[in-house]
Design a protein around this ligand. Structure first.
Ligand SMILES: Cc1cc2nc3c(=O)[nH]c(=O)nc-3n(C[C@H](O)[C@H](O)[C@H](O)COP(=O)(O)O)c2cc1C
Ligand code: SF4
Length: 467
């Protein structure tokens, strides 16, 4: 049984206190042990170890990492790739950039372990073009490690991608690595990987046998989040038992939480999974301004929101799901009781509508219809659009290729269900709460806190920008 963490106990595994500034510094602190161990035990035992540790992906879905690695290793195909997801586009999340700024070496080492495990010779790392510091840190780390012979014959390529939210969606990420727009493809990366030539539709949609008998390659590809790979490095260096010593049995280890919004000290903190949300908000986040209380906490825009009376919920996958929400990528945006819930619903809906790529018409059309109806209720108090919203949320996910449409359904649906009084206040013309909200897309973390992405508010649904 793993230890339940007490409130507020910080743990440093992937987010060192002082940045690791050189390969020498990294090696002096024990770096390099993970790839040495993976080479000594071999691919199968490496996958077994990651599976036994119970590591779950930190990119948002929490998928078991060992199981994903096994699937890619066993998928038919003669060439495999590893893609590191550093797009970090979830509102309220800054953890991947914090990790890369603090120690990019561990991410490169984790990617090298993953490549060895699944049998890949090429690693691609996708980062937003705007992540200049992180990109430099990563490039330096990869070059130094390659020059020191730590990567063997592994090729590491950094791909600088667009600002779109979908860049981080794994099937869209592969498109960007191939030089295209971030439009999610049909099949998942383990079935239709990088530079695959096999068709994606019909009975021939994946490579039928290893060895490409028709000259068609499926190129099974592993996509893992930056933070996931940092934990891989830690767990292979320290062992399964040490990894499981923190966190819960089903969500073991630590994770890097981001807390932003109406807390007095927004920031990034590595804590054991299972730490109560209250510790993040009140201890690490500094709590609310005097006289204010928490109205709701949003786990990015990807999950149903949590009302302020659920702060004692442990932050792990199971507990947050039981409370009706989810961990997502562990970025929590806190809103206080001066904020109108309808404004939050409209803000998030508009973000998802704008970022939807439109390949699946119900996603773009219905998220647009929801946004419009929410704007109308907010502006006029005429709540007759609620029925339209309900209908649109039922069908927004029809035929969807990716999870963005489900996010619209979950986050908007949950806000309207949990805060009906804010809609009534608009109907009765007496809402005096705050509506001047900006989407919490975190562009930078400075000594004074987070800088929000000011351009996003001017983004149009065709991904151009107004002024
Ligand atoms: C709309 C959308 C945006 C996403 N953005 C990100 C992102 O910025 N970074 C990320 O790691 N995963 C993101 N994901 C999740 C990825 O598709 C994928 O599940 C993840 O990279 C897998 O890595 P993991 O198993 O290590 O968590 C996003 C998913 C969706 C649906
Ligand atoms: S569900 Fe939405 S965002 Fe995802 S591929 Fe379809 S249209 Fe694009």
């Amino acid at each position: 049984m793993s230890a339940r963490p007490g409130p507020g106990r910080a743990a440093r595994r992937v987010l060192p206190e002082a940045p690791v500034g050189s390969l020498d510094g990294y090696l002096a602190a024990g770096g390099g042990a993970a790839i040495r161990r993976a080479r000594s035990i071999g691919p199968d035992a490496t996958i077994d170890e990651v599976t036994a540790a119970g590591l779950r992906g930190r990119g948002g879905g929490g998928f078991p990492t060992g199981r994903k690695w096994r699937t890619v290793r066993d998928a038919p195909g003669s060439r495999r790739f590893v893609v590191v997801n550093g797009a970090e586009g979830e509102p309220g999340t800054f953890k991947d950039r914090a990790i890369l700024r603090a120690d990019a070496y561990q991410v490169v080492e984790g990617a090298a372990v993953a490549a060895l495990a699944v049998g890949a010779r090429d690693v691609y790392v996708g980062l937003k073009r705007s992540f200049v510091r992180e990109c430099d840190a990563l490039r330096t780390a990869a070059q130094e490690m390659a020059a020191a012979g730590m990567l063997g014959d592994l090729d590491v390529t950094i791909v600088q991608g667009p600002p779109e939210y979908l860049f981080g969606e794994e099937k869209a990420l592969l498109e960007v690595v191939e030089g295209k727009d971030p439009l999610p493809r049909v099949l998942p990366p383990y079935q239709h990987g990088l530079f695959a030539t096999a068709p994606q539709l019909g009975w021939t949609s994946s490579e039928p046998e290893p060895g490409e008998p028709r000259g068609e390659a499926a190129n099974p590809t592993l996509v893992n989040n930056v933070e996931t790979l940092a934990h891989v490095t830690w767990l292979l260096s320290h062992g399964v038992d040490s990894f499981r010593a923190l966190g819960t049995s089903a969500s073991p280890g630590t994770t890097v939480f981001t807390v932003s919004g109406d807390v007095t000290r927004p920031g990034v903190h590595e804590l054991p999974l299972g730490t109560p949300l209250r510790a993040l908000v009140e201890v690490h986040g500094g709590g609310m301004r005097p006289g204010r209380r928490v109205k709701m906490v949003c786990s990015g825009v990807a999950n149903p929101v949590l009302p302020g009376d659920r702060l004692d919920t442990p932050m792990d996958h199971e507990s947050l799901a039981a409370a009706g929400s989810g961990l997502g990528s562990a970025g929590f945006v806190v809103y206080d009781d001066e904020v109108c819930a309808l404004a939050v619903a409209r803000l998030f809906s508009r973000f998802l509508f704008v970022e939807s790529c439109g390949q699946c018409p119900p996603c773009k059309l219905q998220s647009g219809a929801v946004t419009e109806a929410l704007e109308e209720i907010e502006r006029t108090g005429d709540a007759s659009g609620l029925a339209r919203i309900e209908r649109a949320l039922r069908t927004v996910t029809d035929g969807s290729r990716c999870a963005l449409a489900a996010e619209e359904q979950q986050v908007v649906g949950s806000i309207l269900r949990r805060f009906p009084e804010d809609v009534v206040a608009h109907e009765e013309g007496r809402c005096r709460l705050r509506h001047d909200l900006q989407i919490p897309l975190l562009a930078d973390l400075t000594d004074t806190g987070f800088v929000l992405d000011a351009r996003q508010g001017h983004k149009r649904p065709d991904w151009t920008y107004g002024t």
